[in-house]
Structure formats: structure tokens, C-alpha cells
Design a protein around this ligand. Structure first.
Ligand code: KIV
Length: 301
């Protein structure tokens, strides 16, 4: 149970025990995901939506991804730390692509990277694999293509597009990716791809036939009030729990019930009495000598 999950370990799960994957974007959420038994923690560019509050993932930068991937890696999870490559970081040249993937590994602590797209990304995927970095692919509803797709739409509903997706998946597996995320595709297409490729598929809105499933942390746990897609199952409403708990904290602040004596630091009775006696005697606390300014003065320097 404590063995670190690696790319070969993920491949070995093909057709076997289902792969459990969830996103996380910082150390505490990574620790929670790991304790719950995640096999793969994806530092997804969905961070742009769920953490940074943006309307899509397109504005997420490589530096954003490194910052959050490093926070997740700090948690040293048993799960594989998978860093998402943001839009435009693997589209123009193989040099830039390998540099970006390398930064996610070296500076972010990622153990593998994920990128969106099919056959047209294979040149970049091969370059990353040549640098010894495992790659997971992402097909179907690829959020970085939101404008090209004309919105967040299920892909592969018609047989011709589905055929292209299946050919893409086969080509990606041939190129050497260790797994493929299938997002927003009909169950029949996901089942077909899962049967046709020798590497695991991980579904999100792709039905039950995939070799694993992935969801966004904040969706599964109900940590936001935004739109919830049809394929999300919410296992908790943590936003409601948090609002209720903070409400009780604020009520205690208002009433004076917080902090209690047990939640307060104390000094010795003698030291306290000495200060109270000085106050009683009208001590100027260094006001006229300017001593009370010293602390600020020291801090400024
Ligand atoms: O960024 C992300 O969270 C993802 C998952 C939805 C697979 O790519």
C-alpha cells in the first residue's frame, strides 16, 4: 500500500484494479487525496477555474503550474504527482515543450506530465518521452480547445469524429504515453478505446468502462457553488460545512465567547502585577523619551 505509484505501475493496472485519480492544487489537498488512497494526483490546469476563479484554463501559465505542482509535491504523496502542461506550452517547438516539461519535473516535482490532444501532438510527446519524462494524454472534450470546439461539448457523438478519437488514442499509445484521459465522450467510444489501446484509460464524463476515473477535488467535495457537470458525483458539501463553521466562529467573536481562557497565553502573576502597578502609577511607557518608537524604527531598518 505504501509503494510509490510510478508510470510502469499505472500501465500494469490495465484491465486490473481501477485507477483512482483526483486533482489537487496545494499541499493540504494533496495530503487529503493521498490519505484517501489516490493513485494519481493531477495538478490540473483546472486550477485556473476552481482555485483562481477564472472562466477557463487558457490564462494559466507555466509558472502558475510549477507553483502549484511544487506545493503538491511538498506533501510527498504515495500517489504519482502529475503536472498538467498549460495551453501554448507545447504547441510551438519541441525545445520549448521539453523545457516546460522539464521545469514541471525539476522545479515543480512532477513525476509525469499530461497534455491535451491527439495525433497532432505526437511530435511533442515523443520529444518529452526522449527526455525520460512519462506522458499522459488527454482526448475528447479538451478544455484548452474550448474556442475551437465552440464550447464545452461532448466529443465523438457522431461515428466519424468517434473514429478519429479512436485512431488518435491508438497513435498516442503507439507513441508511448503511459495512460490516456478520456473526457466528455460517449460511453461506447470510451469502451472501444479502452479495448483498443494497451495502456489504461482514465475517464471523466466517459462512462464506467475506463480503466480508472478522475474528478476535480473541488467538485467531488462540493467546495464551490459553481456549475456542476452531469458526470460529477458530489460526495460532500464542504462549502456548506465551512460556511456553517465560520459562522459559528464569527458569532463567538461577536459575543466574546472566543477566545476562552484555555485559548489565551498568560504571564506570571508577578510580572502582570508589575505592569498593572506601573499603569496605576501613570508610567509614560517611554512616550516622552521616544522609546516607544524604537520597535518601528528597528523594523524599518
Ligand atoms: O485540469 C484538469 O483538472 C483535468 C482533468 C479534468 C482531467 O485535465
Amino acid at each position: 500500500m505504501n509503494d510509490k505509484i510510478t508510470a510502469p505501475a499505472v500501465i500494469a493496472r490495465k484491465g486490473g484494479a481501477k485507477i483512482k485519480m483526483v486533482t489537487a492544487y496545494d499541499a493540504p489537498t494533496a495530503r487529503i487525496a493521498d490519505r484517501a488512497g489516490a493513485d494519481i494526483i493531477l495538478v490540473g490546469d483546472s486550477m485556473g477555474n476552481v482555485v483562481l476563479g477564472r472562466p477557463d484554463t487558457l490564462s494559466v501559465t507555466v509558472d502558475d503550474m510549477i507553483h502549484h505542482t511544487a506545493a503538491v509535491a511538498t506533501a510527498s504523496p504515495r500517489a504519482m504527482v502529475l503536472g498538467d502542461m498549460p495551453w501554448l506550452s507545447y504547441h510551438s517547438s519541441t525545445d520549448e515543450t521539453v523545457t516546460t516539461a522539464g521545469r514541471l519535473v525539476r522545479q515543480g516535482g512532477a513525476e509525469a506530465v499530461k497534455l491535451e490532444g491527439g495525433r497532432k501532438r505526437i511530435r511533442m510527446i515523443r520529444a518529452i518521452l526522449d527526455a525520460e519524462i512519462p506522458v499522459m494524454s488527454h482526448l475528447g472534450l479538451t478544455p484548452q480547445s474550448v474556442h475551437a470546439m465552440g464550447g464545452y461539448r461532448v466529443q465523438g457523438k457522431d461515428a466519424a469524429v468517434a473514429h478519429e478519437l479512436i485512431s488518435d488514442a491508438i497513435a498516442l499509445a503507439d507513441a508511448g504515453v503511459f495512460a490516456i484521459v478520456l473526457e466528455g465522450v460517449p460511453d461506447t467510444v470510451a469502451a472501444l478505446i479502452t479495448r483498443q489501446v494497451p495502456v489504461p484509460t482514465v475517464g471523466i464524463g466517459a462512462g464506467p468502462s475506463c480503466d480508472g476515473q478522475v474528478l476535480v477535488f473541488h467538485d467531488v467535495l462540493g467546495l464551490h457553488d459553481g456549475h456542476i457537470a452531469k458526470f460529477v458525483r458530489q460526495y460532500a458539501r464542504l462549502a456548506d460545512v465551512a460556511v456553517e463553521a465560520l459562522g459559528r466562529f464569527f458569532a463567538d467573536v461577536e459575543s466574546g465567547a472566543f477566545p476562552s481562557d484555555a485559548e489565551t497565553y498568560h504571564m506570571s502573576a508577578e510580572a502582570a502585577q508589575m505592569l498593572l502597578d506601573l499603569e496605576q502609577a501613570g508610567d509614560d511607557w517611554g512616550r516622552f523619551r521616544g522609546d516607544h518608537l524604537l520597535a518601528d524604527d528597528v523594523m524599518d531598518r
